[in-house]
Design a protein around this ligand. Sequence first.
Ligand code: MSP
Length: 644
Amino acid sequence: MSKYYLTTPIYYVNAAPHIGHTYTTIAADAIKRLKRMQGFEPVILTTGTDEHGQKIERAAAAAHKSPQKFTDLISNEFRQQWKTLDLQIDRFQRTTDPKHAKVVQDLFDRCVKSGYIYKSQYTGEYCVSCELYVTDAKPGDPCPDCGRPTETVTEENFYFKLSAFQERLLKFYEDNPEFIRPETRRNEVLAFVKQGLQDVSISRTTIKWGIPVANEAPHVFYVWFDALSTYMSAVDGEGLWPADLHLIGKEILRFHAVYWPAFLWAAGLPLPKRLFAHGWLLFENDKMSKSKGNMVRATPIKEALGADSLRYYLLREVVFGQDGNFSYDALVQRYNSDLANGLGNLASRTLALIHQNCKGQIPDGPGDPAIAQAAKIAVDSALDSYEWLNFSKALETIWGLISAIDKFIVERAPWNLAKSGDTAKLAETLYTAAEALRIVTALVFPVIPESAAKIWAQLGFRTPLDAIRMADLDWGKLASGQEIEPASGVFPRADVKTMIEKMKEGEAAELVRQQTLMGVAKAGDPPPPAAAGDSSHITIDDFIKVDLRVGEVKTASAVKGADKLLHLTVDIGEPQPRSIVAGIALAYKPEALVGRKVVIVANLAPRKLRGLESQGMIVAASLEGGNPVLASFLEDVPVGARLK
Ligand code: MSP
């Protein structure tokens, strides 16, 4: 059988892994498992980290680490994250790996040889965040992609003749209508290329942190020329290129659909077979971003509710290819309704009935023909949806089958058949339920592998589920007489409120852990490098990041079980007062605080203390060995006034 080679983007190490990265990598893992079940061999999944460029150099400096030390650390975070989630990564490629540098240089040499690279001078605006030149912009203009201010740079660069590929690209898209999926994204690329293409610079001389262009110091490769090559360097010499699928987020489609094919053509190398650009994951309908503090991480969700709950939610709730929403509440609701009540309930009920009525052995087949037919239709339809990476539709179909079997069991009422001694009908009913459960379990395996494998083992199978092929899903393949295992619940019901609290608490702790890792001040850290002037000074820009506000205490009460803490609500001129937990109980009686004006740090990331959310910090002089003294004003000041 033929190979299947798929990739995720390689992630920038200026941020630690969050649920956005996880979304892509989980989807890639699900596709990998699916392709194996479809019989591809070997199926190889590459991910990795994108470690060069100015953005990373600056993040390392902010963390007071050398770029190499910093990238080692964060790259390892990504590797660990995928391990924690049990994602089946075959190649983890770092762009700082010397093996990778050779492949990048080779790509460049091939393009030089074919005459598609030339040297020229550039003066213009550059967006450090997107690592992109912004043409037609004035100094300081916002980047059209991310809105951050651009910076003026002047440098001599190597240029790639992208303009030479416009016609060839358009013809290629036309001849290969499925090269870019979904269709809406393909149309965006077509429109972009039709406007005309400009040559792109593929080297930098103002940056040190990059792969040097051989014999061309001080040129280093432009990050995208470097990064895209990862897809090849990860499998260099293994005969796996071209990739069958590059899975990416929609914001990097242009690099993959326009630059990458042109680079490969110029180098005389084959093109990947397909690009699939998925949408953005939003947090409670808002764009996730570090500055908004609404980023979510996967580990706390896995610890609270299992990795499969997250996988299921992401692939069921969000239509793959479109933007979608993440919310803790919807996650737990989905878990309870679809996993605990749906699949979990079907599994435990079916297995329990077989234990009770058939001595724990699968009864004689072939089961009910109507359900057999419904299963066949569901299998065909789910496999078709999977083929188009329409996970949500595939899962909807599978859950439709689960409902049909539930209904069938209720209508047949096997408990009554047992009482009335109708053993033939009882056997038919339970074989039907077990065989349908087998098929459902195999079908959901790519999405919820850990739980599916548990149900599979409980059904008495010794062969691992990942050895099952889609061709094994024909009705009637479950052998009568197979001994099943004792049933144990795979998806215990979750109490929504407690579970959300648990995940949010875990998230707050994980955030602090990541921030410490990223170099956000930590006790014992070496002082920042002296190069930028006196390191004990901060700039005005640093100071104005702290949002200090005048607030008025509305309520104050003791915190149960914590003699140093008070729980306050403080009006800072917002529609709702802030809930703030402060360590001032030894210095102030709650009743003495009500009505008092205080100073609040209003943009501190919220955190939980003793189960109470603290949405800011109260400012006090902290006296060595003594009680804290609250900052206050001699003149009257209005609520909400900002301290500057
Ligand atoms: N390093 C480049 C990619 C080079 S590939 C040759 C890059 N890195 S990134 O760290 O910014 O990761 C971008 C990818 O992470 C997106 O394309 C997407 O796959 C994933 N996501 C990051 N945040 C996301 C969301 N909020 N929602 C969905 N996916 C997101 O760009």
